[in-house]
Design a protein around this ligand. Structure first.
Ligand SMILES: [Zn+2]
Length: 347
């Protein structure tokens, strides 16, 4: 295809997907909708919901207080963070393995991903991956980047430990994301074709802990507003995918939406980036990108990082700045998503 035709084709594809998306959205909003959280409260009582939420908030905060800052590979915070994840998994009765990848630029010439497998242990079972990264940038506590996600993954492990499922749930704490997605690129690169085929979807948790509910506090990458406008209030969790991952994205979004709650948690979806997302480099800035490159469905959950959070990569990225009820809603929503995807049995 010549270059000009190619560009016209890409623009047409994007327009078609947007139109399709708008139509589907309006069909969905015409259907009767109720506040699903009310339904949950009706079933187990509002008091229990509050008590459950406050113990979840405390559990998230406890992990973030324990997680060391300055998690640059080679520094003590990095090794201590890895040890802390292993220790907490052990306390939840969840086994894990360290999957090492050779990387000559790392201080120890190797990066170490941590992998925990839950649900089905059958070698042919479908696999759903949920990932976060435990490394960080220098001098930052990294509570939003990526501490909140590390905590959510640990609490998911605790909630799903010992429960039977039809599929495998693979929780991965990637190393060296900040160094250029080194841990995830190495991990995907080492998978056989058969192992790649088993992975039916990846949910990568980017920064997921910061909100700013004042008007004018949310921005977006240049030009994105032309096709996607979630408003200028930084109060939503974005579920971003490429076009090929749209069906998987829809299952994730519909699992999270029942946990939407005014003033606490809102979900937005963005999914009309073609191919591997090369037209919008900002959308490739985390560990889902290597999975896109391997044609594996993947979504990124994000608070949009520096497009909302002024503490991004700074000393001020602390626990005190996070919106813990927002993180707790994400955790509850993800548990529901995984129960649905992997057909997890009851406790
Ligand atoms: Zn970062």
């Amino acid at each position: 295809m010549n270059k000009r035709l190619g560009i016209v084709f890409v623009v047409l594809v994007i327009l078609c997907v947007i139109l399709w998306d708008r139509t589907r959205e309006s069909v969905r909003s015409q259907g009767g909708s109720q506040a699903p959280v009310d339904a949950i409260e009706d079933v187990i009582g509002a008091g229990s919901v509050e008590a459950e939420t406050s113990s979840t908030l405390e559990a998230i905060a406890e992990i973030l207080r324990e997680l060391p800052g300055d998690r640059v590979p080679g520094r003590t915070g990095h090794a201590e963070a890895r040890a802390m994840i292993g220790r907490r998994l052990g306390a939840s009765g969840v086994e894990h393995e360290e999957v090492s990848i050779e990387w000559p630029y790392a201080p120890e010439k190797t990066v170490r991903n941590l992998v925990a497998r839950l649900g089905s242990g059958a070698p042919e079972a479908d696999v759903f991956v949920v990932s976060a990264h435990y490394d960080g940038v220098a001098r930052s506590p990294g509570a939003d980047d990526n501490g909140a996600a590390v905590a959510v993954l640990l609490l998911l492990a605790d909630r799903l430990a010992g429960r039977a499922a039809e599929a495998e749930i693979r929780l991965i704490w990637f190393d060296a994301e900040e160094a250029g997605l080194v841990g995830s690129i190495g991990y995907v690169g080492a998978l056989s074709a058969a192992e790649r085929r088993r992975i039916r979807g990846v949910i990568n948790l980017e920064c997921i802990g910061f909100t700013d509910r004042r008007a004018g506090r949310q921005s977006l990458p240049f030009g994105v507003k032309l096709v996607f406008d979630p408003g200028d209030v930084g109060d939503f969790l974005l579920v971003a995918s490429n076009v090929a991952s749209r069906p998987f994205q829809q299952r994730v979004v519909s699992g999270l939406e029942p946990f939407e709650r005014a003033g606490v948690f809102r979900v937005e979806e963005f999914g009309f980036i073609p191919g591997e997302g090369l037209v919008l480099p900002d959308i490739r800035r985390s560990d889902h990108a290597p999975f896109w490159d391997a044609s594996i469905p993947a979504v990124m959950l994000t608070d949009t990082a520096n497009f909302r959070n002024p503490n991004y990569h700074a000393r001020s990225d602390t626990l005190e700045t996070l919106d813990l009820p927002f993180v707790a809603a994400t955790l509850d929503g993800l548990e529901a998503v995984l129960v649905d995807l992997a057909r997890v049995g009851s406790r």
